[in-house]
Design a protein around this ligand. Structure first.
Ligand code: ARG
Length: 410
């Protein structure tokens, strides 16, 4: 039988997919469990996969690669989709696509599969990634091709002698990895409903968070986080520690109406305590170390970067180009930011950088002023020249009517 590598989470959808791919499609299924953090226990995944009839179950710990080569570069780029979503799921998909392709080659498989539905972004990210990395591979998407209701899936597995206690479905559809957690569906589909407490798992509510704030110092080197409170940490340990600390203080809850690539608006609840804290800190460090022109262009690039990640174009020449720009901008983005974590907010309260452009002598209103105030007069004379000429020629009377500025709604 031809071999197929399936991205396997150990959940009901992909467990059913193993059986379906074997029985209905005639594949020898290799179940590939990619651990990007917060995945199910390895023994559970293995026993479910084997019970469903996988030829073998392989587990890859991809947490370090995920943070180092996907999440942190997105952080340095400032990539936040629609000013809200730090892209946890979107960043993990291209890595999974790459590992599927790698393992397919190792195993001599002709096909790969994933459990995405036909309504979301993830199918696009998987398919485009796989097609780019190995156009010869067949892609099968059992859930997209043959959506089965939950009860049907459980019956289907039982019919084939697989009886696993699946427990309650839970009120939401969850996807999570070390960079963030997403919850969709159920009552969240009503955008007027406040998310119930059960929608959150990583963060405390502001009310239940400790009354006293916590402070944490994040040190960056060339735009990448390297230490917390002066202690050097590897990327995974740093993110895990900050998820715990910031989550305890209620930081990182996001309630967002999001535009999917396939044209659907959807209501998403995210939790991303480390990502939100690190983005705030990184932005503050850039404010110290980049010029105003650099900050302005980088903001545009950040939007572009977020779009390409969200839209599944990780493996593209366009990404290589914008990544080269981002890397160049980060060459002096080193230093330390002090954050105050309190009742749902991560607030920047201190910053220092060896190559800071902030010059206290220029800024001060106290003694030691090095700025020449008399030079401002000449500057303003030139800066305002165009406006003065235009006012003289075109805003003839400079009456209130002539100067009226359009106001929305009027
Ligand atoms: N809306 C987010 C995204 O498109 C999260 C998707 C979560 N994925 C899932 N299969 N539940 O990246």
């Amino acid at each position: 039988m031809p071999k197929l590598v399936l991205a396997y989470s150990g959940g009901l959808d992909t467990t059913t997919a193993i059986k379906w791919l074997a029985v209905e499609q005639g594949y020898d299924v290799i179940a590939l469990n990619i651990d990007v953090g917060r995945s199910r226990e390895q023994p559970v995944v293995e026993s479910r996969g084997m019970a469903a009839g996988a030829l073998k179950v392989r587990v890859i710990d991809a947490k370090d690669d995920f943070i180092r080569y996907f999440a942190f570069p997105a952080l340095a780029a400032g990539a936040i989709y629609q000013d809200a979503y730090p892209l946890a799921t979107a960043l993990a998909r291209p890595l999974m696509a790459k590992l599927l392709v790698d393992v397919a080659r190792e195993e001599g498989a002709a096909a790969v599969a994933h459990g995405c539905t036909g309504k979301g972004n993830d199918q696009v990210r998987f398919d485009v990634g796989i097609q780019t990395l190995d156009p010869a591979l067949q892609i099968v998407a059992p859930t997209r091709e043959n959506a089965m209701a939950r009860e049907t899936q459980i019956d289907y597995l039982k019919k084939h002698g697989i009886d696993i206690p699946w427990g309650d479905k839970g009120p939401f559809s969850i996807d999570e990895n070390i960079w963030g957690r997403s919850a969709e569906a159920g009552v969240l589909e009503d955008p007027w409903q406040e998310p119930p407490p059960a929608a959150y798992e990583w963060t405390r509510s502001a009310e239940e968070a400790p009354a006293a704030p916590a402070y944490v110092e994040v040190t960056f080197d060339h735009g990448l986080p390297v230490a917390l409170d002066g202690e050097e940490l590897d990327p995974v340990a740093l993110v895990e520690r900050l998820n715990d600390l910031a989550g305890l203080h209620g930081v990182g809850r996001i309630d967002h109406i999001e535009d999917r690539l396939v044209g659907i608006k959807s209501r998403e609840i995210y939790e991303a305590p480390a990502a939100v804290s690190l983005n705030a800190a990184h932005r503050a460090l850039e404010a110290m170390t980049l010029s105003k022109q650099q900050l302005r262009l980088k903001k545009l690039i950040a939007t572009e970067y977020a779009e390409l990640i969200y839209n599944g174009l990780w493996f593209s020449a366009h990404h290589q180009d914008v990544a080269a720009y981002v890397a160049s901008t980060q060459r002096h983005v080193s230093g330390t930011i002090r954050l105050r974590l309190h009742r749902g907010q991560a607030t920047v309260v201190g910053r220092k950088a060896p190559r800071s452009l902030y010059d206290r002598g220029l800024a001060t209103y106290d003694r030691g002023d090095t700025y020449d105030q008399s030079a401002a007069v000449g500057f303003i004379n030139i800066w305002g020249l165009q406006t003065r000429v235009q006012a003289r020629v075109q805003l003839l009377s400079a009456s209130a009517e002539t100067l009226k500025i359009a106001t929305p709604g009027e």
